[in-house]
Design a protein around this ligand. Structure first.
Ligand SMILES: NC(=O)c1ccc[n+]([C@@H]2O[C@H](COP(=O)([O-])OP(=O)(O)OC[C@H]3O[C@@H](n4cnc5c(N)ncnc54)[C@H](O)[C@@H]3O)[C@@H](O)[C@H]2O)c1
Length: 318
């Protein structure tokens, strides 16, 4: 199979590209290496990929429709569209950027796919589309009308545009709603990395609401397994949760990291910003049914793998 992976230099995109290459697929990775976090980290993420003969790196911006047309004219069986502005809190002050990259960028991908005859697109969506809700666990048929920040609002927009293109032009479009992904190469703006970093550098870590919040942490290899099956199986139009289905209390999550690092974190306990839901909790029965999805990595195992990576690549200064 020939796959275009947008956002291939990012955390999840680089793991996805690696897995696709390892099973013999040809991959073109598109990324703009923007400075939302250190572009050197993204260069390191693709350092091994670029030496693979089945991998081609294209540097470019999904906001640029000409670039996308040019890349897509190479011909692909499917597109994994992961390029996005991905931070929830940064979106609070940067809504126009999130609309540009996450909504317009997705429309550009859809348009280029249509123009070049690529029939199947998988979008990286998010658990945060569920917004202000008391329904637990989150099911794909829950209403999405109350997003808490521009980031989830922009991902809802991207999902809806996928539906419009599916309806009008018959593209197959699967939106995978990822739940708090972590693991080696984990994003530096996300909690597991930040807790490790704060303990390592002996600086305070702000644990919202005293740690009485819950996240459905999901290990990156489990997420990638779900993406790969979704790429293999065009399903018309579907939105599918990819989580673990076992929310973890944040205070317990921090304790697990402290145990790995062997030192306590200096915790402060501010209130959570209004962008943060108290709980995320995936119902993964649809993923099990349609994708044969079955996450296997426990939070303890996954954090251990991320901590080993952190020590080797961040803590050591390498
Ligand atoms: N990490 C998570 O917990 C999580 C949860 C839910 C959804 N997601 C989604 O999964 C996808 C990947 O997330 P990630 O955690 O790997 O983030 P990431 O920031 O590490 O990866 C995104 C990549 O996209 C690239 N990119 C951003 N804007 C671009 C543009 N305009 N043109 C081309 N490339 C661009 C970035 O340079 C980056 O390498 C995103 O769509 C994100 O919204 C992630």
């Amino acid at each position: 199979m020939r796959v275009l992976v947008t956002g291939a230099a990012g955390f999840i995109g680089s793991h996805l590209a690696e897995t696709l290459l390892s099973r013999g697929d040809a991959v073109v990775g598109l990324d703009d290496f923007n400075a939302y976090y250190d572009p050197a980290v993204k260069r390191a993420n693709v350092a091994t990929l670029v030496r693979h003969r089945q991998f081609t790196l294209r540097e470019g911006d999904v906001r640029d429709s000409e670039t996308l047309l040019d890349v897509c004219s190479g011909g692909f069986d499917a597109i994994a569209h992961l390029a996005a502005m991905a931070g929830v809190r940064y979106s609070i002050e940067h809504a126009p950027l999130y609309v540009d990259v996450n909504v317009r960028g997705t429309v550009n991908v859809l348009d280029a796919a249509r123009a070049t005859g690529i029939g199947h697109i998988v979008l990286a969506s998010t658990s945060s589309v569920y917004g202000a809700t008391d329904r637990m666990p989150f099911r794909e048929d829950d209403p999405l009308g109350r997003p808490l920040a521009p980031y989830p609002a922009s991902k809802i927009g991207a999902e809806l545009m996928g539906h419009a293109y599916h309806n009008l032009f018959g593209l197959s479009f699967t939106a995978l709603r990822f739940f708090s992904v972590y693991g080696p190469r984990g994003r530096p703006d996300m909690m597991p990395y930040k807790v490790m970093d704060c303990i390592y550098q002996d600086i305070p870590f702000p644990l919202y609401e005293g740690g009485e919040m819950f996240r459905d942490w999901t290990y990156v290899a489990d997420i990638v397994a779900g993406i790969v099956t979704a790429l293999d199986r065009p399903l018309g139009y579907q939105c599918i949760n990819l989580g673990r289905g076992e929310p973890v209390r944040m205070a317990d999550f921090v304790e697990k990291i402290e145990a790995l690092v062997g030192r306590p974190a200096h915790i402060t306990t501010p209130s959570a910003p209004a962008s943060e839901p108290r709980v995320t909790f995936a119902d993964i029965s649809k993923a099990r049914e349609l994708l044969g999805y079955s996450p296997t990595t426990s939070v303890e195992e996954g954090l251990c793998l991320q901590w080993h990576w952190y020590q080797k690549h961040v803590g050591s200064g390498a």
